[in-house]
Unconditional design. Sequence first.
Length: 314
Amino acid sequence: MRVHRFVARLALMLAVSLPAMPSTGADDAFKSFKQLDSTAKMPKLKAFSPDFGATLKPPVAKNIVFEAKLTGDGEPVQQGLSWRVFSPIPADDGKLPLVASSEGGSADFQLSPGDYFVNVSFGRAGATKKLTVPESGDVDKQVLVLDAGGILLNAVSGDDTRIPTADLKFSVYSSETQEDGERGLVMANVKPNTIVRLNTGTYHVVSEYGSVNAVVRADLKVEAGKLTEATIQHRASQISFKLVSEAGGEAIADTAWSILTASGDVVAESVSAFPVMVLAEGGYTAIARNKDKIYQKDFTVEAGHNIDVELILN
């Protein structure tokens, strides 16, 4: 029994160690697979490789015409427009990069395919539109509707006394109050007879005559495509002050002035021989100080009546 087992193991070891002899039948079987036939054509390597000699054509920029109107059915604005085209992707500073700009009326821009933000401003009025330029095909003319009008401001003192331009200024605020209770400033230091272009809506206008207390406020409505002319009426006058040794005499220099309301509040101060102030209608007291002496006089301001107030040395 042990002899048979030994012979079986020896035969197995010889089968493993001896090299396999070639088989004609096996060769015929493998030849039937064409992919192993040396005569078969394999795909060229170049077919799987990019053609580095070919150049990529950059996208073709398209000419796009832009125009703006005050109203949807109005005529295009011919001047005073500011056009800005921005990329929608912020730069490192967080701002949208400016791609193109133009001033005047209608504008033509060469823009490559992609997305853009287009803004047009007309004074303080403006409109913004998102634009997508396609890879193929033309782009229609772009029309932006400003929905805007304008206001022209002026003011008089009393019934019809014209106020000198140098003494008058306006500020335009939004009609709505902000979280802090203040109105948003739209435009400051507007001179008389200046057209202010604004989007439609109601605005709060503050008119200042002089620099003391002659202030008038009004709410004005701006309509699309229209110019609103507003004349604000001030109840104030221009008052001149001087300290003299006798009536009609020369003003004494080095005089300090304080102007008080009827309730005793100080509304203005000056160190001048001959100060000129614009005061709202009402009663006041003028106090002059010169060489440690004090002089005072009550006076009344009537709208549209400019007067001189003289204080005489005792």
